[in-house]
Design a binder for this molecule. Structure first.
Ligand code: AKG
Length: 291
């Protein structure tokens, strides 16, 4: 029986908002890292929100984008992870790709500061709810073209996607079929769709796949611009919300217990009851998780 998460994982979700000064945003991220580690020195994992080094605005992404590796955001995250021997899921920030296009990209670093995962947001946030919310990421961003699943040494297997990606259950399913025990979404829902959907998606992806789900949002910015929903949360494999932030700047902490996941999967054994023979019109990925 493979074990999706290898040990109890102590995680901190850093919910803060970004301003227009990129260097100040990076300093703020570092300040929040240090705050979290001071409060909980034995943390295994730090998680940042979507677009933590720039305003969340389609006309701004190209002003903040940088190369990976080599850019100042990647360098700061890598250095902090290495110097503090801590794993970091680095929210997301605008990446200048080798093709000259800009992507909304999330990096994960291991304790040695190495990049172990890179996810480019696959589903761009293009919606129009008349009079309430219009957003068109595709006006300035290009989309990624792969699902992201990776190992964090000593902790287990993770899936990673960004915000709007959560509306497409396939990415989380692929991660789960490949053995992930945790699905993480840095995400910046807003005050229109957040109250209606955010928690439901977190719970749905957890129950669908019987894994932990981490949602990490920016805080609401009192100085205007895009208003994120906040409410960073951790949901357990039974769909119970373990911890939930408000909408201001704060850090929330949770512990992911492997036994809860094992119990959920063994008592309701969805993975052995799946009928891939009748799902032929839905993508089917390699199955490596035996639970
Ligand atoms: O799906 C939603 O309602 C919000 C998505 C979003 O804000 C994003 O993808 O950044």
């Amino acid at each position: 029986m493979s074990v999706p998460i290898a040990k109890s994982i102590k995680v901190a979700l850093l919910q803060f908002y970004a301003g227009s000064d990129k260097i100040a945003n990076l300093s703020k991220a570092k300040e929040y890292f240090l705050k979290a580690l001071k409060k909980e020195p034995d943390l295994d994992l730090l998680v940042l929100p979507e677009c933590f080094n720039s305003p969340y605005a389609v006309d701004q992404f190209h002003n903040y984008c940088e190369r990976i590796p080599g850019g100042e955001t990647t360098n700061m995250l890598s250095k902090f992870a290495r110097e503090n021997s801590i794993n970091i899921i680095g929210g997301s920030f605008p990446e200048l790709g080798e093709d000259g296009n800009v992507y909304n990209t999330s990096l994960t670093f291991n304790k040695s500061g190495e990049i172990v995962a890179k996810h480019r947001k696959v589903h761009l946030f293009d919606i129009d709810i008349p009079g309430k919310m219009t957003f068109k990421e595709s006006a300035s961003l290009h989309s990624g073209n792969k699902a992201t699943v990776f190992d964090l040494e000593g902790l287990g297997k993770f899936g990673l996607a960004i915000c709007y990606d959560i509306r497409f259950p396939e990415l989380a399913m692929i991660a789960s079929r490949r053995g992930a025990g945790v699905m993480c979404y840095p995400g910046a829902f807003n005050t229109v769709t957040g109250p209606k959907f955010w928690t439901k998606f977190g719970v749905a992806r957890a129950i669908d796949n019987q894994n932990y789900v981490i949602l990490c949002s920016p805080a609401r910015n009192p100085n205007g611009g895009y208003q994120a929903y906040g409410h960073s949360m951790v949901v357990d494999p039974n769909g119970d919300v373990l911890i939930e932030a408000g909408h201001g700047e704060e850090i929330v902490y949770a512990e992911l217990d492997p036994q809860v996941e094992i119990d959920a999967r063994t008592s309701i054994p969805l993975s052995s009851q799946r009928r891939f023979d009748i799902y032929k019109d839905v993508s089917k990925d390699a199955v490596t998780s035996a639970l």
